[in-house]
Design a protein around this ligand. Structure first.
Ligand code: ADP
Length: 225
């Protein structure tokens, strides 16, 4: 499938290779995401979801196999080009928001755009639109510590989408919220993803949330099934 936004071909990852504590986390793990597709990655804790997302998002390297983003083999890029691809094409969301505590919600969404060369005026306008879409515009001038868990996560979604990536990788994005808030905030995330048309791989162990995505992949014994 040459039009895949993300393609993982036979990814293998072993931690502490050759040492007594060797952990073989991924073995020939393969998957493919079409444009606009939202896919759940389901597995119990410790199965290797974060490892797979980090490799797909170029934050970690595999021991064998190939990561393709929009048809390009990431293994063939220089470190500089990989960093550039990560910044321009990939958005990340974690279980914990990881917002910068000393900056406001708005500034947290503006900063990645400035790093990408967008002018402050345009970045601010775009950030405000995203905060409006996720229902947190009224909290734009507040720092993360002054926001609820659900609001913090909404701001983190805006930050991940600020540079209009082609691919969103999310690691238990609502895992830190109570079930009711998780349900609501997940709905906000899905609306945002659908409106922007990007492809998303979302790790979760919540089967109800997984069922709301286009497809469910399971990670079992290091393989995608
Ligand atoms: P998940 O996200 O599904 O909970 P992880 O990808 O975080 O799983 O971890 C998969 C396995 O790899 C676990 O057994 C974990 O202990 C191990 N692991 C993760 N990172 C490292 C590391 N840097 N060094 C050694 N082992 C690791």
């Amino acid at each position: 499938m040459s039009d895949a936004v993300l393609k993982l071909n036979a990814i293998t990852k072993v931690y502490n290779q050759g040492a007594p504590g060797e952990v073989s986390v991924l073995r020939d793990a393969s998957l493919s995401l079409k444009p606009g597709e939202v896919v759940a990655l389901v597995a119990p804790s410790g199965a290797g979801k974060s490892t797979l997302l980090h490799i797909a998002g170029l934050l970690d390297t595999q021991d064998a196999g190939q990561v393709m983003i929009r048809g390009k083999d990431m293994g063939k890029l220089s470190d500089r080009k990989r960093t550039e691809t990560r910044r321009e094409e990939v958005g990340f969301i974690y279980q914990f928001h990881h917002l910068l505590p000393e900056f406001s919600a708005l500034e947290n969404v503006v900063l990645p755009q400035l790093a990408n060369g967008v002018s402050p005026g345009k970045a601010s306008e775009h950030a405000m639109k995203l905060l409006e879409k996720t229902g947190v515009a009224a909290r734009a001038c507040h720092r993360p510590a002054e926001l609820s868990g659900g609001e913090q996560q909404r701001v983190a979604f805006c930050r991940a989408l600020a540079n209009q990536p082609a691919l969103l990788l999310a690691d238990e994005p609502t895992g830190n919220l109570d079930p009711e808030t998780a349900d609501l905030v997940f709905g906000v995330l899905m609306e945002l993803v659908r409106a922007s048309g990007l492809s998303a791989l979302i790790a979760t162990h919540n089967m109800e949330l997984a069922a709301r995505m286009d497809r469910v992949l399971r990670l079992e014994d290091g393989h995608i099934v």
